[in-house]
Design a protein around this ligand. Structure first.
Ligand SMILES: [Ca+2]
Ligand SMILES: [Ca+2]
Ligand SMILES: [Ca+2]
Length: 366
């Protein structure tokens, strides 16, 4: 039984193999050479479970999943191994007659995991789109999938956006926020959700389009009350006031109302259904600098009058600034009965009027 003796000797020689050098999903197995004269080569057996026997002649793969004929070498690289799994390796020798030894000792090595390169999954669970009004729930959920061979960095953040602007964030796997659609215009708006994992991978949902259709809030007229007109002891009956309703965000004029019905210096301003909730109102009287009332709530049903501070005199040409042009108008009618320059309304343009103009020189209306 010559071959049987040879094989027994071989076990001792091949009995030490070195730990594999791991290169990502490959491993190089190195072993001690056999010195038998009729040595022909080596076989490597490997798999992700430890072997269940000691002699491939009796148990073939012996619990391994693969074997490879390495030829007559003492080092061999195995590729196509799976990241993150632990592999077990044994080596056998065979001679020129095809006789195979039993296994060397077994070694094992864990293949490292690759970094998390997989973006989280994210979806908007509500609303589903379509026409909405009032408050709606804006919900999304996300998860960072576990991918074989990759580190799972985990979910970091869900970000909800409305028309591209961040609406809410959460570090949980789900988020539910109430969206007040009355803060949006009656138009189409885009909802998106973005999920980011701890490795920096991120993904976005397909956007959800909602069409906001809220009934316009009811508008209520407001009374503005003039405190006084500079230089006059009382506001003359029939004084014309011009109220200009202005958008606070754009500064554009929304409407202008003149000759408002006066009642002892009180005037009623009305609003359009299309006006925003908050507006500014510019109050102007001929020959006086204007005053601006800001942040007026057009939906407030209030009996409280909006008080307008005393309007400053001297703007004789009504360009809303007191300067040399106003003085020229005064000077050309000096000691005459000229209403536009007769600030104190005593029937004569004189030094009393000039004193007021001088005091307001270079002032502007709001
Ligand atoms: Ca990930
Ligand atoms: Ca002027
Ligand atoms: Ca006067």
């Amino acid at each position: 039984m010559k071959h049987k003796i040879w094989l027994c000797a071989l076990v001792a020689i091949v009995g030490e193999i070195y730990a594999p050098h791991v290169l990502a999903a490959s491993a190089t197995v190195t072993w001690n050479a056999n010195s038998e004269s009729d040595l022909a080569g080596y076989k490597i057996y490997y798999g992700t479970s430890p072997r269940t026997g000691t002699d491939p002649k009796t148990c073939t793969l012996c619990g391994y999943s693969n074997s490879v004929n390495a030829g007559n070498v003492t080092s061999y690289n195995l590729s196509s191994l799976t990241d993150g799994l632990t592999y077990y390796f044994s080596v056998s020798a065979y001679d020129t007659s095809g006789n195979e030894s039993s296994f060397s000792t077994e070694v094992s090595k864990a293949m490292p995991l690759t970094p998390d390169a997989t973006a989280p999954t994210v979806s908007i669970t509500a609303p589903s789109g379509g026409t909405v009004s009032g408050s709606v729930s804006f919900n999304a959920s996300a998860s960072d999938p576990i991918v074989s061979g990759q580190v799972n960095s985990g979910l970091k953040l869900i970000t909800l956006s409305v028309d591209g602007s961040v609406f809410a964030t959460s570090s949980s796997s789900s988020i539910s926020k109430s969206l007040d659609t009355t803060t949006l215009t009656n138009a189409s708006h885009t909802l998106t959700a973005v999920a980011q994992d701890n490795a920096g991978n991120q993904s976005s949902t397909a956007s959800v389009t909602i069409t906001v259709n809220n009934a316009a809030a009811q508008k209520f007229p407001r009374t503005v009350s003039l405190t006084g007109l500079e230089g006059l002891s009382a506001i003359p009956a029939g004084t014309t006031i011009t109220a200009t309703v202005v958008s606070p965000s754009s500064g554009s004029t929304l409407e202008t109302q003149s000759n408002l019905t006066a009642s002892a210096g009180k005037y009623t301003v009305t609003f359009l259904s299309t006006d925003p909730q908050l507006v500014n109102i510019r109050v102007k009287v001929n020959n006086y600098l204007s005053q601006l009332l800001t942040g007026i709530d057009t939906t407030a049903n209030s009996a409280v009058a909006l008080s307008v501070p005393q309007l400053l005199a001297g703007d004789n040409n009504n360009d809303n600034v007191v300067n040399s042009l106003d003085y020229s108008a005064m000077n050309s009618h000096w000691l005459q009965n000229y209403a536009a320059a007769d600030i104190n309304n005593d029937g004569l343009v004189n030094s009393l009027d000039f004193a007021v103009l001088k005091n307001n020189y270079n002032k502007s209306g709001q």
